[in-house]
Design a protein around this ligand. Sequence first.
Ligand SMILES: CC(C)(COP(=O)(O)OP(=O)(O)OC[C@H]1O[C@@H](n2cnc3c(N)ncnc32)[C@H](O)[C@@H]1OP(=O)(O)O)[C@@H](O)C(=O)NCCC(=O)NCCS
Length: 229
Amino acid sequence: MRVVILGAGGHGQVVADICLRMADAGAALSLAGFLDDDTGLHGRAFLGVPVLGPVACLASVPHDAVVVAIGSNRTRQRLAAELTRQGERFAVPRHPSAVIAPDAVIGPGSMVCAGVVIGPTSVIGAHAVVNTGSTIDHHNRVGDFAHIAPGVHLGGDVQIGEGTLVGIGSSVLPQRAVGDWTIVGAGSVVTKDIPSGVTAMGIPARIRQAENGGGRQAVFVTRVSKEKL
Ligand SMILES: CC(C)(COP(=O)(O)OP(=O)(O)OC[C@H]1O[C@@H](n2cnc3c(N)ncnc32)[C@H](O)[C@@H]1OP(=O)(O)O)[C@@H](O)C(=O)NCCC(=O)NCCS
């Protein structure tokens, strides 16, 4: 399978590293190159993989699958939607050191970095990032376009909504849910459900005052829909 990586920044280079290590471990996968709209990167190479041109030239690069390697969850969502409409297939880079239960499901375009552990029956949606050294225990559901940052620990039966960022080193207690397009600040501990569209941080994680009308922490109303995944 020839893979094109869209985005040659730090995130794209991590994806390239994972793909190269998968190939070293025997996966039938080769990298065709990066595409990136930053003209300053054209003609350069990272990890020996060339930056071939802008994303718009994808059709002229022979390939079987792509990975949208863009850190912004919103931008990744936008580009993935466009590529889906164009009929592109999405690779699923999984670092060989990741330990993934056989019945866990990883959606198209999602990446699983070095040292990750994903427990039984957990479901990771499409185009999500499960970053270095994070652990996602059993029966979790992580939404499309979510980002589980390095060193995050999710307890059992946790739900993380679409497009949500769980910041570096955070923990979410078992059976808690975090809504869609929310940010959990680095180093937080989520002890109660967190609603959609807010920033929550600290130990215990509390919604930023300005987003909470200056009142008490909002009650979580919309649990993440399993059907979305
Ligand atoms: C929570 C977060 C989004 C806030 O970002 P921001 O809106 O730019 O906020 P600021 O940096 O202006 O900080 C505002 C206040 O919140 C505090 N704060 C920021 N992040 C915090 C965190 N994670 N935990 C506790 N307090 C935090 C700041 O100290 C500051 O407090 P002050 O007003 O008393 O000085 C950001 O700090 C964060 O944690 N992002 C996650 C990054 C991450 O893990 N990325 C993954 C990359 S792989």
